[in-house]
Design a protein around this ligand. Structure first.
Ligand code: SAM
Ligand code: SF4
Length: 338
């Protein structure tokens, strides 16, 4: 081990509020085969290729973080499975020393093809987004998506031995707020988890006013409680999610409530966009350009690690969604890495 590595080798990532960062969300693309109304506009312009991290650069960033004590990586996007050759990256990530959990969030449309190779590459858990069980509505929300391919993807994932599968649903007034119970039944019948995510104000969604469509998870929970007994579970993810169990069922029902509840004091995560911006908080613009470091003359992994350690001081205490002076980040969720 050279001296430089010794300098940063054992250093944990701790921010100035004493929070330990051991989880990163890595975006592998800003592109997607869907255009979900809460995430993208209909006519998106995607990043030019030279601004996107190469698979090699993404791997170097992941390695730098694992050498700094990060033991959990979630791959996201955009839609991670539309990135060409993504499996070659995932196979290498699965072998990173120190990594305990490799996770993926997907829209599920291509899981029929990818579920088996993902599991073989060491992906432990998988999240699949599904906002409606009605084909026409599903298309309205995702603009381009086909419900049947996502349903087939969910079945393909169930046939693999993932440690857990979780469905994600964003409930929006006027779009799918009458599907809370239907989605719950669907998950319970398949022994998979289900998380309800409150729509977050990131970027301008083109065809609705977010403040009028956002459904609070307190309301979603009440709807579920009208039919099922919800028992708080002890599972904690150090994030904005709260999990419940329904007696007699394997599934966990989660509520991810970044808007109505603020769990920032436990936050253990940062994000890296596919442009290589290290985002210290979902709801703030603080960031560090890791791509510039990687592409600079002295851009080795050690320089990168020093920059990541220094960046911890920029992690803000919390986000301020919908508060009086909240300045909405201009980036949409596909650029953020959900
Ligand atoms: N394409 C993949 C998918 O849809 O699962 C991964 C990326 S997507 C950005 C990750 C998650 O973010 C999805 O579950 C999606 O529903 C959620 N999401 C996107 N935009 C959102 C927003 N404005 N508010 C809340 N959740 C959002
Ligand atoms: Fe694509 Fe996922 Fe965004 Fe939908 S939520 S547009 S599937 S990245």
């Amino acid at each position: 081990m050279d001296t430089a590595v010794q300098q940063t080798g054992n250093k944990a990532l701790i921010d100035k509020f004493g929070r330990r960062v051991d989880y990163i969300r890595l975006s592998v693309t800003d592109r997607c085969d869907f255009r979900c109304v809460y995430c993208m506009t209909e006519d998106m312009t995607f990043l030019p290729r030279n601004q996107v991290l190469t698979l090699e650069e993404i791997h170097t960033i992941a390695q730098a973080f694992t050498e700094l004590g990060v033991n959990k990586i979630r791959l996201t996007g955009g839609e991670p499975l539309v990135r060409s050759n993504v499996m070659s990256l995932i196979e290498r990530l699965g072998k990173l020393e120190g990594l305990k959990e490799l996770l993926l969030t997907t829209n599920g449309a291509q899981l029929e093809k990818f579920a088996a190779p993902l599991r073989a590459a060491g992906v432990n858990r998988i999240n699949i987004s599904i906002d409606s069980l009605d084909a026409e509505r599903f298309r309205r929300i995702s603009r381009f998506g086909k419900l049947e391919s996502v349903l087939a993807g969910i079945e393909a994932a169930r046939a693999q031995n993932f440690e857990r599968i979780r469905l994600n649903a964003v409930i929006m007034k006027g779009y799918n707020d009458d599907e809370v119970l239907g989605l719950t039944e669907f998950a319970l019948a398949r022994n998979v988890d289900l998380a309800f995510i409150e729509e977050m104000p990131l970027g301008n969604a083109s065809d609705h006013d977010r403040e009028s469509t956002v459904c609070s998870n307190d309301w979603v929970r009440e709807v579920i409680s009208s039919r099922y007994e919800l028992l708080p579970s002890t599972v904690s993810t150090a994030g904005p999610s709260k999990y419940y169990k329904i007696p007699g069922h394997e599934s966990r029902i989660g509520f991810i409530s970044p808007v109505s509840h603020n769990f920032c004091s436990d936050c253990n995560r940062v994000r890296v966009t596919v442009e290589g911006r290290l985002l210290l908080c979902l709801g703030n613009e603080h960031s560090v350009d890791l791509r510039a470091i990687l592409r600079s003359e002295n851009g080795d992994i050690e320089t990168l690690k020093q920059a990541i350690i220094a960046a911890m001081d920029l992690k803000p205490e919390r986000h301020h969604f919908y508060e009086k002076d909240y300045v909405q980040p201009v980036r949409l969720m596909n650029m953020t890495g959900g």
